[in-house]
Design a protein around this ligand. Structure first.
Ligand SMILES: [Zn+2]
Length: 371
């Protein structure tokens, strides 16, 4: 069975639901037709002219990137500008471009999970939990269909609590209904009051997956008119959010930690702010331009914060507040998510019948060179 562009979109959105993207962001399919076949995908951090060239050379049909190719509104598409030239080439050669940006950053197992993993942090948790609502969905299902409906909802992301999936509760009861003129009832006949043994099936879902779970539930349910309720909960904790905080196996000096970050991320240089002899063990990370999570790092008692693109005055302030900083650059603090995303897609399309080749871009798109 062939893989279509929309299958790839759906697979990425399982781990980077679009609802998790920041309001200012521009994620999703940016170029191309979702209904077209895809046999080769390149996963990259950025879409640059070199990455487009690589995609053409490799005969790729789709680029999945972290940073969106189109971010600011376009006022023209001219072939004599770098952006216009890329768009012409992509469209002429049927190369689709898809971006998973802040929605991947804000996912529980997204960008910062992989950065924390690279740095060997243990017992990590989300640094700045998403202000995402939690919902309870209650649906009434005729006996015999409860597994089908529960599984469809669970597969779509309902009932995920900590390390458990498909969490739900069921209780039996009696449902009543009278099919009226024009109805095509699954059970019973027109004009006659029916009593049916039903199960009340309830589960929870984060806001970002609510509509998807409701769609999956309606598709799996045998009734024409499904009785279901959606409640907004006061409980917190969708599990998603920005950054990670955790512990190094052993305490070390800020200087030694800086050396470790260089080794772990494979880079030649980092910038440190803070007393170099300061002992650090509790580490917060937020890859890319991650200083929006700096206050959360301070509040949660991190001894050092690892990010990229940290500005002079932000560094001064952190120093004064006793939070040490490691600026390892935007590119290096985000790169780990690229091979991880490629690996995830490989697993998703690993079925014997689905054939798609997934490669990691070999272009180093970091514009900075350290000399
Ligand atoms: Zn970034």
């Amino acid at each position: 069975m062939a893989v279509f562009c929309r299958d790839v979109m759906e697979a990425v959105e399982k781990i980077a639901p679009r609802e998790l993207a920041e309001k200012w962001d521009n994620v999703g399919l940016l170029v191309g037709n979702p209904a077209e076949k895809v046999e080769k995908i390149i996963v990259a951090l950025d879409v640059t002219p070199e990455v487009v060239e690589e995609a053409l050379q490799e005969g790729a049909h789709m680029i999945v990137s972290h940073h969106p190719l189109i971010f600011k509104p376009l006022t023209h598409v001219r072939a004599d500008t770098p952006m216009g030239d890329m768009l012409f080439k992509l469209i002429k050669n049927n190369v689709k471009v898809y971006a998973a940006h802040t929605n991947l950053d804000n996912y529980e197992w997204g960008t910062n999970y992989f950065l924390a993993q690279k740095l060997g942090l243990e017992e990590t948790e989300i640094l700045k939990p998403a202000e995402e609502g939690l919902y309870k969905i209650v649906v009434f299902v005729p006996r015999g269909y409860e597994d089908r409906v529960r599984d469809a909802m669970g597969d779509a992301g309902a009932g995920w609590i900590g390390n458990y999936s498909h969490c739900s509760f069921m209780a039996p009861g009696t449902g009543t209904f009278k099919p009226l003129e024009g109805a095509d009832p699954f059970i019973g006949s027109k004009g006659k009051l029916e009593k049916v043994e039903e199960l009340r099936l309830e589960t929870i879902v984060p806001e970002s997956l609510r509509n998807k779970v409701i769609r999956a539930m309606l598709n799996a349910h045998p009734y024409e008119e499904v009785a279901y309720d959606v409640y907004r909960l006061e409980n917190n904790g969708s599990g998603n959010g920005l950054g990670r905080i955790g512990y190094l196996k052993e305490e070390m000096s800020l200087y030694d930690f800086g050396e470790k970050v260089k080794r772990d991320l494979g880079i030649k240089h980092v910038k440190l702010a803070g007393p170099l002899k300061k002992a650090v063990r509790k580490v917060a990370v937020c890859g890319g331009a991650g200083t929006s999570a700096m206050a959360a790092a301070k509040k949660k008692g991190a001894e050092v914060f690892v990010s990229g693109d940290i500005k002079y005055h932000e560094a001064l302030e952190a120093w004064q507040e006793g939070l040490a900083l490691v600026d390892a650059g935007h590119y290096a603090t985000e790169w780990a998510v690229v091979p991880a995303l490629a690996e995830y897609l490989r697993k998703e399309f690993n079925g014997t019948e689905q054939k798609v080749q997934i490669m990691v871009s070999q272009v180093k798109t970091d514009p900075w060179e350290v000399i």
